[in-house]
Design a protein around this ligand. Structure first.
Ligand SMILES: C[S@@+](CC[C@H](N)C(=O)[O-])C[C@H]1O[C@@H](n2cnc3c(N)ncnc32)[C@H](O)[C@@H]1O
Length: 227
């Protein structure tokens, strides 16, 4: 992971550590806690600086938090109930299973379809027989709403623009975070997943769609197909 001037370290896909270390909690940990059994063990993929990790651990969940950025993981420190693993999700074989595998942060939209398949395989491999994978995604409609957006998020002023390409199957999402004199910009190519493709991708990983966890369909669950 390289460093860029006074903006600090950035991950290989362009996430700024300084931004994630300072984003507000947003209550995602509490939301997830409400969907899973008390004390359920969690494997969190792409944990970043631990925004969600901390709150899940504080709510009684032992969390194994995975990220390929050592710079991100530095911020997790040594919290009770939290273990960190520095690894590429796609290549990870911990030889352990968990009640819940968390695939948040829209990881499922990675542009490379092989990487998506690998992430789903890895999620399945680490899932206990009665466990579930929780996935955060953008429903297909999100890809056609291309109006620019701006707003305030904690200390940051945010702008977001979307540029579709490849007949709308891919989209470049450009996000800027401004705080005082400094602006962090992140451009990311993400892949739309239609509902039939989602079902096929889950099935290929020996997973079955479970249920929508929110009315706006931002999160869904998936369970093992075979036991
Ligand atoms: C958008 S950040 C979100 C961090 C955290 N989940 C949050 O909500 O604050 C995504 C994180 O996933 C990590 N990540 C992305 N792709 C990864 C991969 N293939 N293997 C391991 N970590 C990955 C990045 O390093 C980054 O820290």
């Amino acid at each position: 992971m390289d460093s860029t001037g006074n903006l600090g370290p950035v991950t290989s896909e362009g996430y700024w550590v300084e931004v994630y270390a300072n984003l507000p909690d947003d209550g995602d940990g509490e939301l997830i806690h409400g969907w899973i059994p008390e004390g359920a063990s969690v494997l969190e993929l792409g944990c970043g600086t631990g925004r969600v990790t901390w709150s899940l651990a504080a709510l009684g969940h032992p969390v194994t938090a995975v990220d390929h950025s050592a710079d991100m993981l530095t911020h997790l420190g040594t919290e009770p109930g939290v273990r960190t693993v520095c690894a590429e999700i796609e290549d990870m074989h911990l030889g352990e299973t968990y009640d819940v595998v968390l695939m948040g942060s829209y990881l499922v939209h990675v542009a490379d379809e092989t990487a998506r398949a690998r992430m789903l395989d890895v999620s399945r491999e680490h899932l206990a027989p009665n466990g579930k994978v929780l996935v955060e995604w953008w429903p297909p409609d999100w890809f056609v709403q291309t109006r620019n957006q701006e707003g305030v998020h904690g200390d940051f002023h945010l702008t977001q623009s979307k540029t579709p390409h490849d007949d709308g199957r891919l989209l470049t999402l450009a996000v800027t975070f401004r705080r005082g004199e400094r602006t962090w910009r992140h451009d990311q190519v993400v892949r739309r997943i239609d509902l039939d493709e989602l079902e096929t991708s889950l099935k290929a990983a020996d997973l079955a769609f479970g249920e929508w966890l929110m009315p706006n369909q931002r999160w869904f669950s998936a369970t093992p197909l075979s036991r």
